[in-house]
Ligand binder design. Sequence first.
Ligand code: ASP
Length: 463
Amino acid sequence: MARILSKEISEYVGKDIELSGWVNVVRAHGKVLFLDLRDRSGIVQLVFIPSNKELYSAAAELRPEWVISVSGTVNKRPNGMVNLNIANGELEILVSHIHIEAKAKTTPIDVGGDGHEIGEESRMKYRYLDLRRGRMQKNLRSRATFIQTMRELLVGHDFAEIETPVLTRSTPEGARDYLVPSRTEKGKFYALPQSPQQYKQLLMVAGYERYFQVARCFRDEDTRGDRQPEFTQFDIEMSFIEESELMNLMEEVVVKTIEKTFPNKKFAKRFEIMNYADVMAKYNSDKPDLRQDKNDPNELAFLWVIHFPLFEKSEAENRLVSMHHPFTAPETNDIPLLDTDPSKVMARAYDLVLNGYEVGGGSIRINNRELQEKVFETLKIPKEIYEAQFGHLLEALEYGAPAHGGIALGLDRFLSILLNEPNIREVIAFPKTGDGRDLMMDAPSQVSKDQLDELGLKINIKQ
Ligand code: ASP
């Protein structure tokens, strides 16, 4: 007999089946013993009656979180025992045989409830147990379907999924880089990408025209709110487009993805669009929450914010810095202002806001060398620095770079909003704590002297 899933039992009423999973709850009801068995598809009630003595006493030994396989018959529950509020609430399994696959110690955290009452440290240390709870199962499985749906829609629009390196060099997205020492070239370092920005632009130069990637990005920032040192972006780039075409296509993909994966959500299928200046004047924020009823867990309010300034003043450095990143194209009519009044130059950039959070951002990019150099110069980046850091990109722009632009959606934040989770840690399988540690793996951790020697590194602090 082959194993079936708990969600399939209704197809087998009156028949013998085999199930495997974890013991969820054991309870005695008079003389009859009931046990809820949990598998990836849900829960099913197992029944043991005292007349089968051997089996009954074996069942009485079972404890929560033991892994078992059982064979038995799918029966309709007696009238008084039917529970129409739960899946499989009309059915139960009269067990004829149990096999214990693995025993379990009493778990250090309860995996039955939603886990809100359990301290973060314990949840993170025992994440593999924490992930057993129904809430986390739902979150991670919704995440998987969301990604899969969006992937299929993009592929349907002729996008190619292309991976880009994780060992790379610094890209200027405005945060600190994570560095990885090179063994072969001692004293040199790779940087982990803050985003695949330059690679995706180079893929446009390479003629791929429509790229996407579920990309891991790394930013070594001091913890603010619930940021994560590594996070996931749905990263997209397209050639031969203007802002409106990209925004329309993204809108279609986002709407269809949500309709399929979160059918209860209520939202306008055409997103509002506002200028940055107007949105700031009206809401004093560039990511206002435009929901009618902020208590409605199923309401979504999307907003595109456009017409950002290309630069903003960095008070600390007393110079202009890019509001998005230095590859963002200026409005064509504003290009002369780069020489005369750069702070007035507007960008061909757009942000996607959802319920008061920025869930995406992107721009049309610069696709010629002179303009890209002019922007670096306006940013007061010395020529030898931008040549060293971005020489490859500047050169690429001289070999036939199409008009192109893209966007990145912050998947973790997007999903936490859709799942009504206040914290992105609740939609990431193995997140770091607020101070950047992985408590389960105990990372970061010390490494051996041999490993350091091989890399030509010496630790200069007392440990
Ligand atoms: N690379 C940008 C970011 O990570 C997004 C983009 O311009 O496509 O925010």
